[in-house]
Unconditional design. Structure first.
Length: 235
């Protein structure tokens, strides 16, 4: 349950109650850390406010396209991806038929998702859509040791085009879309829309919060994110 903003204790006041002190730290360090803690509390609250605003979006567009997919269980339409759930989350994987191997950054994101897939499946359907043949997707899934992620092939590429996994010029981009099925109607609920057009100076395009936990780890280190570093499929 989200706390009401008018009842929240000021972040600075909460931060000053923090009982933590580490060995040999200076007074300057503790003062700066307390100020930072107040900002971290405000960030946590802002994330909660944004999530509440996202949940309050009006109904999105109805899903009416001719979307066909090949799954391990056979061919299905879009409704079949829900698997009995009312909410469907779809990640568009940059792994088209012209690629020998998939996008390393997409792969880096999906690895931790696999570790959480069984938990996520208790509440919603999580599906990874790619344009490569299903046998190629399943071979890659086995190579990575992904036991719980659901990978499916976009058979006619209509979904990838309509929901921005495939641009008009043929370029693949990662896309994350959420759909709902309420009262028999499937609708688009939300999509990550942060692109190069919305990136701040010196930043690569990324969402907030970032869907990949690796970046959260880097953000907690003195080095931060290296703008010239990119994950690989193998090391």
């Amino acid at each position: 349950m989200d706390a009401k903003t008018d009842t929240l204790i000021p972040a600075g006041q909460l931060a000053r109650k923090d009982p933590v002190n580490f060995p040999n730290e200076s007074a300057d360090y503790r003062a700066a850390r307390t100020a930072l803690l107040a900002e971290e509390i405000e960030l946590r609250r802002h994330i909660a406010r944004v999530a509440a605003q996202r949940r309050a979006l009006p109904p999105g567009g109805a899903v009416t396209g001719d979307y066909r997919f090949l799954t391990e269980a056979g061919e299905t339409d879009f409704a079949g991806l829900f698997g009995g759930k009312e909410t469907l989350a779809v990640y568009s994987y940059m792994f088209g038929p012209r690629r020998e191997r998939p996008c390393p950054m997409c792969t880096n994101t999906l690895g931790p998702w696999n570790a959480n897939a069984r938990d996520i499946a208790q509440r919603l359907s999580l599906v990874v859509v790619a344009r490569s043949p299903l046998e190629k997707l399943l071979a890659w899934k086995a190579e990575r040791g992904w036991k719980d992620l659901v990978l499916v092939q976009d058979l006619n590429e209509n979904y990838s085009r309509d929901y921005f996994g495939l641009l008009p010029n043929g370029e693949e981009v990662p896309a994350f879309n959420v759909f709902t099925r309420r009262d028999g109607t499937i609708r688009h609920f939300w999509s990550g829309e942060m692109t190069g057009e919305t990136a701040d100076p010196g930043q690569d395009p990324r969402g907030a919060p970032d869907p990949g936990p690796m970046w959260a780890i880097f953000d907690n280190t003195p080095e931060g994110r290296d703008p010239d570093w990119y994950p690989k499929l193998d090391y």
